[in-house]
Ligand binder design. Structure first.
Ligand SMILES: [Zn+2]
Ligand SMILES: [Zn+2]
Length: 396
C-alpha cells in the first residue's frame, strides 16, 4: 500500500534528512542571501534525479515532480530557507558557524523536510497522477517577503497549482504530533516607524526646549486608544512598540526620539483604518505639544487564511498517517507569515509540525537564541507532506 511505502521511505531517509537539517543549521544565511543554501538544495534535488529551476526571485529554487498524467492537476508544497539575525546560545554539535546568524525559526527544518519529500515523491512518481511543485523560497523573515517575489516571478503559473501546502515547526506541540486550523489563522503585520521631533536643550531648562521624550511617551500611551477604543473587540488586533531611542542624557533633552513597532490585524479594512488612525493621532499629539511627528509605514504581509476544505482534506491525510490522537487543533495567532501571499492567490493551508520535547529540555520558542527541535519530527515531516500532496491529487 502506498501509504505504508511512504511511511517506510520517510523513516529510511530520516538520517539523511537530519544530516541536511544539521548542515543547514550550521550554515545559516540571512533573508535574500540564501546563496549556499539554494546551491545545497539544487544539488540535492539533482541527486534525486530532478531538474530544479534556480535563481527564482534571487535565491529561490523550484522543481516540478511529474507523476503519471502530469497535466491532470498540480499541488504546490512550500519551504522557506532564511535564518535570523540572532546569536545562537545552544551548545550542540551543529551550532551555527555564522556569528550573529541563526536558524531560530526552523527554516532549516522546513528546507530539509521538503528535500526529504522531494526524494520520496521522486521515488514513487509512477504511483500517482498529476504533478507536485516544490517551492524553496527566500526571505520569509523580511519585507516584502520572498513569497510575494516568487509569485511576481510566476511561481504559481505554468502549471498553476490547485492548492498549496505550507509546513512550519511548532515548539508548543510535542514532536510526533501535527496541528491544523481551518479559516483565519495568522495576522497581517505592518512596521511603524515614528520620529518625534522637538527641540533639544539642557535638562534643567525644559522651558527653553520642546521635550520629545515626554511627547513620545504620550504618543505611545495614546496610540493604545486605537486598539482599545477604535478597534472592534470582536476583531483581534495588536499594536506593540518594542523599540524606542533617544540620544539624550540624564541632563540633556534630545532633539528627537525614534519609536518603532508592529501593528497586527485580521481584517484588511481595519488594517487600513487602523494605520490611518495611528498616523493621525501620533501627528495630532505631537503637534498639540509643539513638536512634529514623522511616520513611516513598512507594509508587511496580509492575514493568512487556511482554506477550510483543503485543510479538512490534508488533516484527514494526517490522521491516516499519524493516527487521530496525533492531530491537534491550533489556536489563532497574531504572528504573521509570508505564506499568506499564496493564500490570497489559491487555496492554501499552513499546518504545524510539532517539535517540542520536554524530557530533552527542548521547549524554547521560535526567534529565541535557545530554539531547537526534537529531530524525531523529521521522521514524519517529509513523508507526511508527500502523502498529503498525493492524497490531494487523488481526491480533489
Ligand atoms: Zn520566523
Ligand atoms: Zn518561520
Amino acid at each position: 500500500m502506498l501509504l505504508e511505502e511512504i511511511k517506510n521511505l520517510s523513516l529510511r531517509y530520516a538520517q539523511e534528512n537530519v544530516a541536511s537539517r544539521r548542515h543547514l543549521h550550521s550554515n545559516p544565511e540571512l533573508s535574500y542571501q540564501e546563496y549556499n543554501t539554494a546551491k545545497f538544495v539544487a544539488t540535492k534535488l539533482k541527486d534525486f534525479g530532478l531538474t530544479p529551476v534556480e535563481g527564482v526571485a534571487g535565491t529561490g529554487v523550484v522543481v516540478l515532480i511529474e507523476g503519471k498524467n502530469p497535466n491532470k492537476k498540480t499541488v504546490a508544497l512550500r519551504a522557506d530557507m532564511d535564518a535570523l539575525p540572532i546569536q545562537e546560545a545552544n551548545s550542540v554539535s551543529y551550532k551555527s558557524q555564522n556569528p550573529g546568524v541563526m536558524h531560530a525559526c526552523g527554516h532549516d527544518v522546513h528546507t530539509a523536510s521538503l528535500l526529504g519529500t522531494a526524494k520520496i515523491l521522486a521515488e514513487v512518481k509512477n504511483k500517482f497522477d498529476g504533478s507536485v511543485k516544490l517551492i524553496f523560497q527566500p526571505g520569509e523573515e523580511k519585507n516584502p517577503g520572498g513569497a510575494s517575489l516568487m509569485i511576481k516571478e510566476g511561481v504559481l503559473d505554468k502549471p498553476k497549482p490547485g492548492a498549496i501546502i505550507g509546513q512550519h515547526v511548532m515548539p508548543l506541540v510535542p514532536a510526533g504530533k501535527v496541528g491544523f486550523r481551518e479559516g483565519m489563522y495568522m495576522a497581517s503585520s505592518d512596521e511603524i516607524y515614528l520620529t518625534v521631533i522637538g527641540k533639544g536643550g539642557h535638562g534643567a531648562a525644559p522651558e527653553l526646549a520642546i521635550d520629545p521624550v515626554v511627547i513620545a511617551s504620550h504618543i505611545i500611551i495614546g496610540l493604545q486608544q486605537v486598539i482599545s477604543r477604535n478597534a472592534s473587540p470582536k476583531q483581534p488586533t495588536v499594536l506593540t512598540f518594542g523599540k524606542i531611542s533617544a540620544e539624550g542624557a540624564t541632563n540633556i533633552i534630545p532633539n528627537e526620539v525614534r519609536i518603532a513597532g508592529t501593528f497586527r490585524a485580521l481584517n484588511e479594512q481595519w488594517r487600513k483604518e487602523g494605520l490611518e488612525k495611528i498616523e493621525k493621532m501620533a501627528k495630532g499629539i505631537a503637534e498639540s505639544m509643539g513638536a512634529k511627528c514623522e511616520i513611516e509605514i513598512s507594509h508587511g504581509y496580509p492575514y493568512l487564511e487556511n482554506n477550510p476544505e483543503l485543510t479538512r482534506r490534508i488533516r484527514r491525510a494526517a490522521e491516516e498517517y499519524l493516527g487521530k490522537e496525533n492531530v491537534v487543533d491550533l489556536e489563532l495567532t497574531l504572528g504573521s507569515e509570508d505564506f499568506a501571499y499564496y493564500s490570497h492567490q489559491i487555496p492554501a493551508s499552513f499546518y504545524r509540525l510539532g517539535t517540542r520535547n520536554e524530557s530533552k529540555g527542548i521547549t524554547s520558542y521560535v526567534h529565541t537564541p535557545t530554539f531547537d527541535i526534537d529531530e524525531s519530527a523529521l521522521n514524519i515531516g517529509p513523508g507526511l507532506r508527500a502523502w498529503m500532496a498525493i492524497k490531494e491529487l487523488m481526491e480533489s
